[in-house]
Structure formats: structure tokens, C-alpha cells
Ligand binder design. Structure first.
Ligand SMILES: Cc1cc2nc3c(=O)[nH]c(=O)nc-3n(C[C@H](O)[C@H](O)[C@H](O)COP(=O)(O)OP(=O)(O)OC[C@H]3O[C@@H](n4cnc5c(N)ncnc54)[C@H](O)[C@@H]3O)c2cc1C
Length: 306
């Protein structure tokens, strides 16, 4: 059924890097929910696969000594959303990956595959942008860290080299402490639907919960790659949460920072309308969650290992 030359099962990240270096035709496979669909369509047929699925160190979520959260790329969506650290510190990331496909896809598909496939429609992408997630890549020359905001180079393309394996995603405390967030996805149906548009808005309020200290706005499908809207983020700083004009501001300002396309799924005009409306709704919900005191403090090292 699948035209595969060799199938290698790496037992460590180092072995995976070596196998990729030795076999130019080889591609990484983790959950396989993208790779196998592509192969069945004839793309990459006759090539080899290096599986990283059975490398235990690539799974789970941990707290590093400096309170950085480390997410293993081979963590499937179901395990991610159910993980106590995600529920406590990054619930909006769980909310985002809960919208992927259906239960079977979420049991098999991984966050590493979702980011490394380079797709602008990937449901974790907008949220990871707002988290300033750092992509930890291991290659023959060692380890390099790339901010996810600099990871994408075009549709389906990233800065990852052929023989580099994503070993982890790191989220620093300054990127999650005190923030609430909300991910909203528009698709024509509730399940088994690739995003027509995905939007994540996160906010950090001042101690009195009356003003916005910081906003982060991330989109999928609003441009050829996942993006942030930094000018709009800056424009919202210092605004009162009771000032209803902030919703008009976000809904209008983001339109200057996006570049959606028309596709068979939706026209550019419809996407622009979604970009504006989802931002307003996600901001409202993120603020509501902050006023409800849902913003987390820093994770405690050793709190949860897996
Ligand atoms: C029926 C169906 C519905 C779907 N619905 C959605 C949806 O609603 N939303 C959505 O976002 N996606 C959806 N997808 C796409 C897919 O499930 C996700 O993109 C998933 O996250 C891919 O993860 P994976 O582990 O299966 O990746 P794989 O298929 O194993 O790999 C995907 C790509 O990432 C690379 N890769 C994987 N892991 C690493 C790593 N650690 N280091 C470097 N490169 C790596 C692979 O080489 C490959 O290029 C759907 C897929 C199917 C089949």
C-alpha cells in the first residue's frame, strides 16, 4: 500500500540524526498522520522513513529549573491537553489542540508534527506563536534554538534542515506567567475540519485587573505562514479592560497586518471578516478569564515530570 524504501526505528535522537544524515531520501515520521497521507498520494514515494515515535525522551511535558516549560514534540494531542502542566499553565494550548481532527487523529498526531510540517493551518501554530515558543533542533553539528516566530520560511517550509530533529519546544516563564488566552478556530464543521482561520489572543492584566499590560495575537491561515500582529499588540497596551473601544481597535488594526488568500475553502474577503471577528471574540474571552483569576503563576520545578 505504501511505497517505502527503508523504514528505520530510531532509539535515540542522536541515532535519528545519524540515520537522516546517512539517507538523503529519508524523512522523519512521528505520528504519521501527515506523512502517510502524503505517501499514499504518491508524494515522497520510494523514499525512506526514520521513525522517532519510540524515543521516550521526546514525549511529555516538564518544568526546567528556571520554570521554563518543555514540551516533547512526540507528545500526541490527547496527552498534551490532558497533561496537568498544560491544564494549569497553558490551558489555551490544550484548547487549540482539542480542535484538531477527531479523537483518532488526536491520539496519533503530535505537536512536533503539527509545527514541523510548516502548515499555516496547523491548529497549534497560532498559540505557539503567541507563546514565543523556542524550537530546539538537534543536528549533526549540535543543538540550535530557533524562536518559532522565525521558524517558518513559507507555506510548508521551515528553517529546519533535513537532518535536524526537533527535540523540544521551550516556553519561558515570561511568556506564560500571568497570561490568560483563548484559541478560536473557524471551520465549516466542528470536527475533522482543517482551519479556515485560527486565532489565539492572550492577555496579561495589571495587578488591579483594570488595564491591559500585554497582548499577544497569533493567527493561522491569515498569511502564508502563522503570524503575530505586533502593531496591534502594542496599540492595546495600557488600555482599560472596561473600554469597549478595544474590541473595535483590535478588529480593525489586525487587518493591516494580515495577508490571507482565497482558496476553495474560503475567499480572502471572508477570511478578513473572520480575522477581525475572531480577534474581538478571543480578546473578550481572554480578558474574561483574567478577570476570573485564571492567570497562572510560575511553574515549580519538579512539580510534574511527565
Ligand atoms: C483526518 C485528518 C484530520 C486532520 N485534522 C487536522 C486539524 O484539524 N488540524 C490540524 O492542525 N491538523 C490536522 N491534521 C494534520 C495532522 O494530524 C497534524 O498536522 C499532526 O500534528 C501531525 O503530527 P504527526 O505526528 O502525525 O506528524 P507526521 O505525519 O509524523 O510528520 C509531519 C511532518 O513533521 C515532520 N516531523 C514530525 N516530527 C518531527 C520532529 N520531532 N522533528 C522534526 N520534524 C518532525 C515530519 O518529517 C513531517 O514532515 C489532520 C490529519 C488527518 C489525517
Amino acid at each position: 500500500m505504501f511505497d517505502i524504501e527503508h523504514y528505520f526505528e530510531a532509539k535515540s535522537v542522536e541515532e535519528a540524526v545519524r540515520l537522516l544524515s546517512e539517507h538523503e531520501d529519508a524523512e522523519i515520521i512521528c505520528g504519521g498522520t501527515d506523512v502517510l497521507v502524503k505517501l499514499r498520494d504518491g508524494k515522497g514515494a520510494g523514499g525512506s522513513l526514520v521513525s522517532i515515535h519510540e524515543i521516550p525522551s521526546l514525549r511529555g511535558v516538564r518544568v526546567l529549573p528556571d520554570a521554563t516549560l518543555e514540551i516533547g514534540p512526540a507528545t500526541c494531542f490527547t496527552d498534551l491537553t490532558n497533561h496537568p502542566l498544560i491544564q494549569k499553565y497553558l490551558p489555551y494550548l490544550g484548547e487549540a489542540v482539542d480542535t484538531v481532527g477527531g479523537p483518532q487523529v488526536r491520539n496519533q498526531g503530535t505537536i512536533g508534527g503539527n509545527i514541523c510540517n510548516g502548515a499555516t493551518s496547523a491548529d497549534s501554530a497560532a498559540t505557539m506563536q503567541t507563546l514565543n515558543a523556542v524550537v530546539v533542533l538537534v543536528g549533526p553539528g549540535g543543538v540550535r534554538r530557533v524562536p518559532v516566530t522565525e521558524f517558518y520560511t513559507g507555506p510548508g517550509r521551515t528553517v529546519r534542515q533535513h537532518d535536524e530533529v526537533c527535540r523540544a519546544f521551550e516556553i519561558k516563564p515570561e511568556d506564560y506567567v500571568g497570561f490568560t488566552g483563548c484559541y478560536m478556530k473557524y471551520g465549516k464543521r466542528a470536527a475533522m475540519e482543517i482551519a479556515t482561520l485560527g486565532c489565539c489572543v492572550r492577555v496579561r492584566l495589571d495587578d488591579a485587573c483594570s488595564r491591559i499590560e500585554e497582548t499577544r495575537i497569533g493567527y493561522g491561515v491569515a498569511a502564508p505562514t502563522p503570524i503575530r500582529c505586533r502593531n496591534t499588540e502594542a496599540a492595546l497596551a495600557g488600555k482599560s479592560v472596561e473600554d469597549e473601544s478595544i474590541y473595535e481597535l483590535i478588529g480593525t488594526s489586525v487587518l493591516d497586518e494580515v495577508n490571507p488568500r482565497s482558496s476553495w475553502r474560503a475567499s480572502r474577503e471572508f477570511r478578513l471578516q473572520l480575522i477581525s471577528e475572531l480577534a474581538k471574540r478571543a480578546l473578550k474571552e481572554a480578558i474574561r478569564r483574567s478577570l476570573n483569576h485564571e492567570a497562572p503563576g510560575a511553574a515549580v520545578p519538579g512539580e510534574e515530570r511527565r
